[in-house]
Design a protein around this ligand. Sequence first.
Ligand SMILES: Cc1cc2nc3c(=O)[nH]c(=O)nc-3n(C[C@H](O)[C@H](O)[C@H](O)COP(=O)(O)OP(=O)(O)OC[C@H]3O[C@@H](n4cnc5c(N)ncnc54)[C@H](O)[C@@H]3O)c2cc1C
Length: 383
Amino acid sequence: MSDSHPEIRESVRALCQDFPGEYWRALDRERAYPSEFVKALTDAGFLAVLIPEEYGGSGLGLSEAAAILGEIHKSGGNGGACHAQIYMMGTVLRHGSDEQKNEILPKIAAGELRLQAFGVTEPTSGTDTSRIRTTAERDGDDYIINGQKVWTSRAEHSDLMLVLARTQPRDEGEKPHDGMSVFIIDMRDAKDRGLTIKPLRAMINHATTEVFFDDLRVPARNLVGEEGKGFRYLLDGLNAERILIAAEAIGDARWFIAKATAYAGERRVFDRPIGENQGIQFPIARAHVRTEAADLMVEKAIGLFDAGQPCGAEANMAKLLAADASWEAADMCLQTHGGFGFAEEYDIERKFRETRLFQVAPISTNLILSYIAEHVLGLPRSF
Ligand SMILES: Cc1cc2nc3c(=O)[nH]c(=O)nc-3n(C[C@H](O)[C@H](O)[C@H](O)COP(=O)(O)OP(=O)(O)OC[C@H]3O[C@@H](n4cnc5c(N)ncnc54)[C@H](O)[C@@H]3O)c2cc1C
């Protein structure tokens, strides 16, 4: 990832220069959405990178998408406001009907339509997605959706939302994950007819929300793929998401390392730069080593994904290693800055909070370890 696609990286860097630390800081204080930044990325075509050319996108691969998001984070920004616009359409692309694809994808590519909200997580189900309680019941040409989602990010800044709902009770399918379906919800007209979105103020500025469905009617043609196969469709998109989030974490780690290196060279204490002390140097060097090692796994996962090869293990390992590398780099950077690390104007405390998310979402570290233990190493199932 580090040196891949230098032209793309250069243009992303140039774009990010218009959105410096002050911009992100002010938004963070207000928990406001970076509309201008997202518009600039959209206008530059970066958010349509994965959409095939026949639908008006760039038709590029995950490698280019990772370069874009990694560079945003390395520049001190945050792709969380819009990264899902890049990869979420994959569910429609892979499993949607021709009608859905022709209707939605060209508009996303043209920047006329936003599809960047996905409601999976619910307050009571936690990581055990099979226990979601949101239901979709068929009624003539419609489905009627009832239930609640939590942590649905960007719902207020998206036109469409994908939602996972039960179309069959959990105990009636062959497996617990059978019987869930994915629907496209057009939030522009659903808001007055049973859809309520409430912002959820959080530790970071992530435009995340709670979403309530109260007898919301959705046309049956908005079902994606086949009824009952929604969980499989969700899984199909997870590798791309994990790899791109890993690229963001690598970008964060590089930002922290650059920031710490610069400060260690200029901050003088006891009449010499603090960076002359190995107690300061070694944590920076270690963070660099861990980041570059993690990046190799990100690269490996990208290579497999773009070649159409299975990459579940690599995508998960990349996400875990990159999240750990960014968190270690964040802690090191804060420590290197001493008290000033806590001052808003250095941006470190903001990035510190932001990069902490990767240990929990979109999948927590424990659940990755559990996947590796069971599915890669063949250890007994624990749940
Ligand atoms: C800012 C933010 C944005 C988000 N955006 C979205 C979004 O857009 N759409 C969406 O659907 N969701 C979103 N999420 C939800 C996110 O995916 C979940 O928070 C995450 O998957 C963890 O689920 P949970 O919070 O329910 O934790 P829980 O499942 O309740 O788990 C709590 C803790 O217990 C651990 N744990 C649980 N079971 C086990 C086990 N068997 N063994 C070991 N440890 C275990 C977990 O690792 C975790 O650390 C977002 C979350 C945040 C914080």
